[in-house]
Design a protein around this ligand. Structure first.
Ligand SMILES: [Zn+2]
Length: 277
């Protein structure tokens, strides 16, 4: 016998919600969505968001897991809306991260990429204004083989590097094109046409990119890059050498990675040794 998620009484086999309880469920869901939508717009309301959300529940008999489920869903909806929006709002993004903290929403139960994209919004806003994003990266940089004139701009951690598998039948090429056009999600890159070769760190400097994993360390200067293509979760980089295949770096935030590389490349175009960045 399933218990009704609203009144917590038996709802009969195969059911978890009484028909009569459905309006209460709908009201709670909508109330939580509105509460989060309001709190995103005001740092003051973030402090009281937990009480406001709890006030959305009917007074008694609500099953305990339901609050968490409705909160997660409402948070994910707000986060998705913010990271997809063309107009960047760092203040809202930071409020939403604080809300996640206040409500115990974490990236294991929602989506790690959403957290990453939200925390990158303030830096993306800098880049859009042509400003250098200022963030300190101190630990674990030894693995990059940087020269003395090189200055570090950013480090992406936990980056999958993938190469294209050569298609074994002609029909597969169409599928690969679809994937490269962002029709599929991150997991599909791994399973299907892109062969993941390594996971490591990607550093962006004033001279180019470095990639370091257990298997390899690699440097590609901006003059050695022919094209950079943005993907939903990363970028694809085509080197200038005719016989080299492109590599895909899956950072979790393609929009930001692409904007950062464009900025770095632009800056590198007008660089002198005395004036790095
Ligand atoms: Zn019920």
């Amino acid at each position: 016998m399933g218990r009704c998620i609203v009144c917590n009484k038996s709802a009969g086999p195969f059911y978890s919600l009484h028909k009569a309880c459905f309006p209460a469920y709908e009201n709670a869901s909508r109330c939580i969505q509105h509460t989060l939508e309001d709190a995103v717009k005001s740092a003051n309301r973030v402090d009281e968001v937990r009480q406001s959300v709890e006030a959305c529940l009917p007074s008694r008999g609500f099953s305990p897991g339901l609050l968490a489920t409705l909160v997660r869903r409402a948070w994910k909806e707000q986060a998705t809306r913010l990271v997809r929006s063309k107009s960047l709002n760092p203040e809202y993004a930071n409020n939403l991260l604080s809300i996640a903290c206040a409500l115990g929403v974490d990236d294991r139960t929602v989506a790690p990429d959403l957290f990453l994209k939200l925390s990158n919004i303030e830096y993306l806003a800098c880049l859009q204004q042509g400003q250098r994003p200022l963030k300190a990266f101190s630990t674990g940089l030894d693995e990059f083989d940087m020269d003395a004139a090189e200055s570090l701009l950013w480090v992406f951690e936990g980056v999958d590097k993938a190469g294209q598998k050569l298609p074994d039948k002609p029909g597969k090429w169409a599928l690969m094109q679809t994937i490269l056009n962002n029709q599929f999600k991150r997991s599909r890159y791994r399973e299907q046409e892109l062969e993941v070769r390594a996971q490591g760190k990607l550093a962006v400097t004033n001279q180019g990119i470095h990639y370091a994993s257990e298997a390899e360390t690699e440097k590609l200067g901006f003059t050695e890059i022919y094209a950079i293509t943005p993907l939903a979760d990363g970028v694809r980089i085509q080197p200038v050498y005719r016989d080299s295949r492109s590599s895909t770096y899956i950072t979790g935030d393609g929009r930001f990675t692409y904007a950062l590389l464009q900025y770095a490349q632009d800056q590198a175009g007008g660089l002198t040794a005395e004036n790095p960045f």
